[in-house]
Design a binder for this molecule. Structure first.
Ligand code: 5GP
Length: 116
């Protein structure tokens, strides 16, 4: 297994505020939240970026999205809405090279996609 900060969280070598875990993935609060709710969904299988996920492993990404939706429903903000984001490489703003999905919610989020 690789050795990013997220792998260390998965292995319980550094602490994180976990909100969900199963055999496939973990979810924990982002250390620098960009919205009132900011949770990261991270697979336990090892992929540095979305570019590295082959078609036959698409379920890995699907599980992140459906886990995020389940969490939104369980927490009661699914109907108000939320955003899921996956940053990829430099221009996408990725800083941790274990693929992950951001769930942002808890306030109107505004538009997105403007170049830095
Ligand atoms: P990326 O920029 O790679 O899409 O997202 C990485 C995210 O991980 C950032 O939002 C950042 O705040 C979060 N992060 C970085 N280090 C830690 C950490 O040690 N603990 C937690 N909970 N989040 C982290």
């Amino acid at each position: 297994m690789s050795d990013t900060i997220f792998h260390k969280i998965i292995r319980r070598e550094i602490p994180a505020e976990l909100v969900y875990e199963d055999e496939h993935l973990v979810a924990f609060r982002d250390i620098a939240p960009q919205a009132p709710v900011h949770v990261l969904f991270v697979p336990k299988s090892d992929f540095a970026t979305l570019n590295d996920v082959p078609e036959e492993q698409a379920v890995v990404i699907g599980r992140l999205a459906t886990a995020a939706a389940r969490y939104a429903k369980a927490q009661g903000f699914a109907e108000d809405g939320y955003r899921i984001v996956m940053n990829c490489n430099g221009d996408g703003g990725q800083t941790v090279f274990q693929v992950h999905l951001h769930l942002l919610a808890g306030a109107p989020l505004g538009r997105f996609g403007t170049p830095a």
